[in-house]
Each structure stands twice: as C-alpha cells, then as structure tokens.
Design a protein around this ligand. Structure first.
Ligand SMILES: NC(=O)C1=CN([C@@H]2O[C@H](COP(=O)(O)OP(=O)(O)OC[C@H]3O[C@@H](n4cnc5c(N)ncnc54)[C@H](OP(=O)(O)O)[C@@H]3O)[C@@H](O)[C@H]2O)C=CC1
Ligand SMILES: O=C(O)CCC(=O)C(=O)O
Length: 487
C-alpha cells in the first residue's frame, strides 16, 4: 500500500483554495501506533485565518441558498462518488493518524459516503407542512430557511463520519460551513475536503480552518458572523461553547460524553451479550461516546457471563491497526493513554478488583505506540469514579445485581444518558427498559455503539444539548421554520 500522507503539509481550505495560515506555524501529527512516523503537518491557524473563512462563507451563502435543493444535492452526490473512489487512501490516513483499525476506518469512510448520499436525497424531500388556518380564505404553511454560516467543531474519534454528518445536512439545507477539525485528526479531515474541492462546490461554501481549539474553536463560538455552531467532543468544552453561543444569541448543538450501560438479564443469550459487550466496549479502543462502559449483570448468570467475557477478551489482538488480524489499535495519543491509565489507577485505589488487563503495553513492537490492554474491573460500586466518569478507553466495569429494578437504578445513576443496552428475552423487561432508561439511544439485544445515519442520534441529561443529529432530525438544527399565511 502506498504511503502518500507522510511529511506533507495540509493547508486550510478557504474560499475554494488551499492556503497557508497567516502564522506559518505547524503541528506535527504522528502515528499513535508508531510515534516515529510523522503522518503530516497541519496549520496552527490564527483568528485572522478564521475571519477570512467566515467572510468567504458569509459571502457565498447568499447564492448557495438560492440554488434548488436538487442542485445542492448534486454537489453532495459528486462528493460521495469521489470519496468512495478514495476509500482506501482516506481510511489508511485515518488509521495512521488516530489509530483505529483499517477495517473500522474503511467502514467509517463508507459510512461517510452513505451519509453524503442520504443528505443529497434530502434536497428533493419536503421542508414544510400545510396547516389549516381558522381563516377559510387563507393558506397557511411552513417553510424552512437556512441559518446562514454554520461553524462545525469536530473530535478526532470519527474524523470522517462526524465532519460529514454535520457538514452534509448543513449544506443541503442551504448553509455554508466553516469546519474546525480536531487537530489530532486534521490530515484525514483535509482529505475529506479534497473530495469537496473536487466535487466543485462554489468558492466559499465549504471552508476548513485547522488550529488550536482554544483559538479557532473558541473563535467560531464567538464569531458574530457564525449563525449556528455544531460540536462533538468533551463536556467541558461543549458547555463553554454552549454558554458562548447562548450569550450572543447563536444557535448551538452539542454532542458530548457517555457512560453507557449494558444490562445482562438472567434469561439473556449470554454469547450474544458477550459479543456485543466486547464490540461495544473495545472497538476503536473504547474511544466512542457510545462505547459500553458499565456492564450490569443479574447475579444468577454473573459468573458464567464473566467467564465467557474474560475468555473472549483474552482473544483480542492489540497492535498497529494497519496490520491484518489486529482487532484493537492504540489510544489516540499519550494524553489519552495517560487519562485511561489514571482511571485504572483510581479504580484500584477505590477498591475495585482488576479481572484482566490494566497495563500499558510496551514490549517489542508496542514500544513506540500508545498501546493498552483491554481492561475489566469487578466489585465496582456506583459511587466509584470509574463507574461515573467517561473514561474514553478500553475499560469495562462489571457490576452484580439481584433484581432488574436495581439494574435500572444503577444504569440511570450517572450524569450522562447517551446509549443503553439490555440483553433479555423477556418482552416485559424490554418494554420496562424502553420506558425507564434515561438514554437517547435504547438498544435491545444490541451493542451500545454504532449509530445508523438515517435515525436521530443524541442523548439525554449531560450527553447533549437535547437536540438530535442525523436522519430527518438534522433539519431541526440546520434550519429555522417560517410560518407563512397568505390570503
Ligand atoms: N463525545 C465524543 O465523541 C468525544 C468525547 N471526547 C471526550 O473528551 C475528552 C478529551 O478529548 P479532547 O480531544 O481533548 O476533546 P475536546 O472537547 O477538547 O475536543 C473536541 C474539539 O473541540 C476543540 N476544542 C478544544 N478546546 C476548545 C475550546 N476552548 N473552544 C472550542 N473548541 C475547542 C478541539 O480542538 P483541538 O483538537 O485543536 O484541541 C476539537 O476540535 C476525551 O477523553 C473524551 O472523554 C473526546 C472526543 C470525542
Ligand atoms: O457509535 C457510533 O457509531 C457513533 C459514536 C460517536 O458519535 C462518537 O463517539 O462521537
């Protein structure tokens, strides 16, 4: 496979051109599986660069919104075709830059293609309703207006899918965009923008500015010409963005953390529950907001479930995600690795028992990467830090309960409410779970992670700003309703 990402400088994409940042300073992105390998250099842009991008977006949006949805959709279809033709290259860049395995990276890129096509099709779907007026001579209906310039701030854990699932609906409904990718994954995001460039979007409609979160991200939240901000990332940053946007009257949408539970009932198919737990907890090295984090098991199946879970976890092959057969890659960077290790230490200190894993991997080929063992704790109580805070790493807490009621109480006893699963064959328990669980994504006999592009995505409690992304739900954020009465 050719390596065409190495040692290259990836510029900002502004007003239809690749341009250097005014500061000419660069961040070196290294491969988390082998930190000796430089994947590329990305700009440390300034507010001046951001201003140029926002001005270009503002200027171009006036014409863009006047195009028909059908015409805007054609640009998205074209971008999808180009991205599809470059899946191998984009996926390889993703694996090198942030560590997820190549099959996962390919799956994510293919998902990006599908999202672009889905929203391209939205250009021909209805945007409003006819509502009966009390005046029999009047026609009353709703239509939708784009927000204007949308600022998009994205994380490193889905460097293709998340930028696309925010950009595609913004664009189809007539907004222009300024996207700030996570610095950690900006090379891969630049490759998505290369596809946008080749798709021929009018100059200024799609812009990307890479730079530090506390400069460019903050700048987007603060910018008086950015009319809406959509963000995925940590709760700390999300709350700051929400407060900044609220203070100046901009619309905002935040997708943040999770502490997702899986309940395993006594009548569950244990093999299915084990498979889903492993996949939900450890794929992408646990670095998903939807990752399985707490596994709450009814006591009469606890020992059998634990035995099967440990046996399967032992089979996981950790390594460089580009290598065939590797199932779990490294943590994205040293900071993330250290965060995970510090949670493991806290778990031990607070009295949880380590069942398996818990260590950084450093021997042999692991020496140059940020590798960590998949880790399972038991004897975990709900007050422990590892049962409350988002770890964003391959760590599971096992919790034994006597009743389904206790399981549900524990499942809900966190500040988050993103995704939750139950494994059971009892229909009544399924229905109770659907009704009582605090989660935006409710999964029955299915893993907590993995969302479908055509369905609403978002959480309850502190997991989101209570809005939903993706599917038809996206129209609610990226447009404003106009109620029209004509007579
Ligand atoms: N819900 C999710 O999917 C994600 C959750 N997280 C959680 O967050 C933790 C920390 O990860 P991290 O990458 O630091 O997440 P952040 O929330 O810091 O980063 C997400 C995005 O926000 C940007 N950003 C950072 N600071 C600011 C700011 N002050 N104003 C505006 N934008 C800003 C980042 O830019 P830059 O990259 O330049 O710093 C990045 O583009 C993880 O351990 C995990 O718990 C992280 C990623 C995704
Ligand atoms: O589980 C998924 O597919 C999506 C997860 C996600 O959006 C995230 O981790 O930010």
């Amino acid at each position: 496979m050719t390596i065409n990402t190495q040692n290259k400088r990836y510029l900002n994409y502004v007003n239809g051109e690749w341009i250097e940042s005014s500061k000419n300073e660069w961040t070196e992105n290294r491969n988390p599986a082998n930190t000796e390998e430089v994947v590329g250099y990305v700009p440390k842009s300034s507010n001046e660069d951001l201003d140029k991008a926002v001005a270009a977006a503002k200027n171009s949006q006036k014409e863009w919104k006047k195009l028909s949805g059908d015409v805007r959709g054609k640009y998205l279809y074209k971008a999808a075709d180009i991205l599809e033709s470059r899946i191998d290259e984009v996926a390889e860049s993703m694996t090198r830059e942030m560590g997820k395995t190549l099959p996962e990276a390919k799956g994510e890129t293919a998902r990006g293609v599908a999202i672009l096509r889905y929203y391209a099709g939205e250009g021909l779907r209805k945007v409003g309703d006819v509502i009966p007026s009390t005046d029999k001579e009047a026609l009353m209906f709703t239509t939708r207006a784009p927000l204007g310039v949308v600022g998009i701030i994205t994380p490193w854990n889905f460097p293709v899918a998340i930028p696309i699932w925010k950009a595609a609906p913004a664009l189809i409904y007539g907004n222009s965009i300024v996207l700030k990718p996570a610095t950690e994954a900006a090379v891969t995001c630049a490759k998505v923008f290369e596809c946008f460039e080749l798709a021929g979007f009018p100059s200024g409609v799609v812009n990307m500015v890479t730079g530090p979160g506390n400069v460019i991200g903050k700048g987007i939240a603060n910018h008086s010409d950015v009319n809406g901000i959509t963000f995925t990332g940590s709760n700390t940053v999300g709350k700051q963005i929400g407060q900044t946007a609220l203070a100046r009257g901009a619309k905002y949408q935040l997708e943040m953390g999770g502490k997702n539970p899986v309940i395993v009932d006594a009548d569950a198919d244990l093999d299915q529950a084990v498979e889903a737990t492993i996949s939900g907890a450890f794929r992408s090295t646990g670095q998903k907001c939807t990752a399985t984090s707490r596994v709450i098991v009814l006591e009469n199946v606890y020992d059998r479930f634990k035995e099967k879970l440990v046996a399967k976890t032992n089979e996981i092959i950790v390594g460089d995600g580009l290598q065939e057969g590797v199932w779990m890659g490294p943590a994205v960077n040293e900071r993330q690795l250290n965060t995970v290790l510090s949670y493991i230490q806290k778990g031990r200190k607070e009295g949880a028992s380590l069942v398996i894993g818990g260590e950084r991997l450093t021997a042999g080929s692991f020496e140059k990467g940020h590798f960590i063992q998949p880790t399972i704790f038991e004897n975990v109580t709900t007050s422990m830090t590892i049962a409350q805070e988002e770890i964003f790493g391959p760590v599971i807490t096992l919790m034994k309960v006597n009743t389904m009621e206790e399981a549900l109480n524990i499942a809900n006893d966190v500040e988050f409410g993103l995704s939750a699963s139950i494994f059971t064959s009892n229909i009544q328990k399924m229905l109770t779970f659907i009704e009582d669980i605090d989660a935006g994504l409710v999964r029955i006999n299915a893993e907590s992670a993995g969302v479908e592009l055509q369905a609403p995505f978002g959480g309850m409690k502190n997991s989101s700003s209570h809005s939903r992304e993706q599917g038809q739900a996206a129209i609610e954020f990226f447009t404003s309703i106009k109620t029209v009465l004509t007579k």
